[in-house]
Design a protein around this ligand. Sequence first.
Ligand SMILES: Cc1cc2nc3c(=O)[nH]c(=O)nc-3n(C[C@H](O)[C@H](O)[C@H](O)COP(=O)(O)O)c2cc1C
Length: 191
Amino acid sequence: MAYHSRGGNTRRLAEAIEAGAAEQGVQTHLVDVEQITDEDWGILARSDGIFFGSPTHIGGPSASFVAFAEQTSRFQPSAAWADKLAAGFTTSAAMEGGKLGALQFILALATQHGMIWVGQALRAGWNTSKGSSADLNRLGYRLGSVAQCNVDEKPTDMEESDLLTAAEHGRRMARMAQKLNGEAPVEEGAR
Ligand SMILES: Cc1cc2nc3c(=O)[nH]c(=O)nc-3n(C[C@H](O)[C@H](O)[C@H](O)COP(=O)(O)O)c2cc1C
């Protein structure tokens, strides 16, 4: 999990994803890209998959996330991240607010490295007359995990459905990693 978060919302989304993946029985690490160390680079290099996360800033990723992305260009010649799994997440204040731009940047980063993209498999919610903001995938994103966060609230006030949706994405990524490694995924009820 390599993320940037200025105010804590994107970090909380990262933690929700991490919790989902951990439930599936995989080891996870949170790497704050503003404080990234050589040890962190080593962890990312040894990981089967990397979730990349950034707040949406002006319809794209934050400057700190872009700085991290640029640093990864040193791996391209050695194809060090090729064939790893990759996924993306972002948070923004507005319902859409340019999240697509941030996720597309992350998708491009992953494909530049030859990584395999793992999207959100949950169907879109909140799209019927009986739907509500409590629906899973209320924002209807399949490209990655997203959360809408009101500017006058704190990370602890984030919408539960966004966190649960992100956790399912984490579980999916973990299951994919286990399949690629020929490991049996942890079954429901065996946790
Ligand atoms: C410089 C800056 C630019 C932003 N641009 C957008 C934007 O384009 N669209 C939007 O909906 N929210 C925008 N926001 C709000 C953030 O996306 C939102 O508060 C996000 O959840 C912050 O995540 P963080 O707490 O992890 O830093 C912006 C915030 C900042 C500080």
